[in-house]
Design a protein around this ligand. Structure first.
Ligand code: FES
Ligand code: FES
Length: 207
């Protein structure tokens, strides 16, 4: 049995101290020793990104990080994105826009996206930028487009450019002023004045 070492780090804002074999994978330390199981294992060899967590704000594959390397680090898993039991805007966007299906890649996608949005600071990243940031995390279900849209939607409320413009107040319909009823005489069609032909002048009878 290998020697155990004490490793202390911050996990989702809380201090953690575990005694583990120095080369135990961070992924296993999180799931087995810390009982924080949101982070998933896919390939186990650094290819799929399902196990991604944030270490000092950067995405890392927890299946490749030995426990000793986490000493003193700030680790954030998918559980750390929610605050006071409420999903973050990013998590909500994934749910509402179909960015998650089977959920295998979702914890890795979410933390990686959170790191991207922390870098863009309210600017909505373009399609290519999101795809590039998420290129290390594979998804077999969504086709990626919905994930891209969810990330952009989560960034949008913070961006003045994408903030929904307040709708102008609806104009009240002003009731047309009732015209005063036309007098009877006014309603009558104008009468044509027909001139009677003047009677022909009688010729004075010759006497
Ligand atoms: S499980 Fe770590 S990269 Fe696939
Ligand atoms: S939602 Fe299934 S692998 Fe991404």
């Amino acid at each position: 049995m290998s020697q155990l070492v004490r490793v202390r780090f911050t996990l989702n804002g809380k201090p953690v101290s575990v005694k583990v074999p120095p080369m135990k994978r961070l992924l296993d330390v999180l799931r087995e020793d810390c009982r924080v199981t949101g982070t998933k294992e896919g390939c186990g060899e650094g290819e799929c990104g399902a196990c991604t967590v944030l270490m000092a704000g950067d995405p890392v594959n927890a299946c490749l990080v030995p426990a000793v390397q986490a000493e003193g680090a700030r680790i954030v898993t998918v559980e750390g994105l929610a605050k006071n039991g409420r999903l973050s805007a990013l998590q909500t966007a994934f749910v509402e826009l179909g960015g998650a299906q089977c959920g295998m890649c979702t914890p890795g996608m979410l933390v990686t996206s959170a790191a991207l949005l922390a870098r863009t600071k309210g600017r909505v990243p373009g399609d290519e930028e999101v795809r590039e940031a998420l290129s290390g995390t594979l998804c077999r279900c969504t086709g990626y487009q919905k994930i891209v849209e969810a990330v952009q939607a989560a960034a949008a409320p913070a961006s003045p450019k994408h903030r929904a413009k307040p709708r102008p107040a609806k104009k009240k319909k002003v009731a047309a002023k009732a015209r005063p009823a036309a007098s009877k005489a006014a309603r009558r069609p104008a009468r044509k004045t027909v001139r009677k032909p003047a009677p022909a002048k009688k010729k004075a009878a010759r006497r």
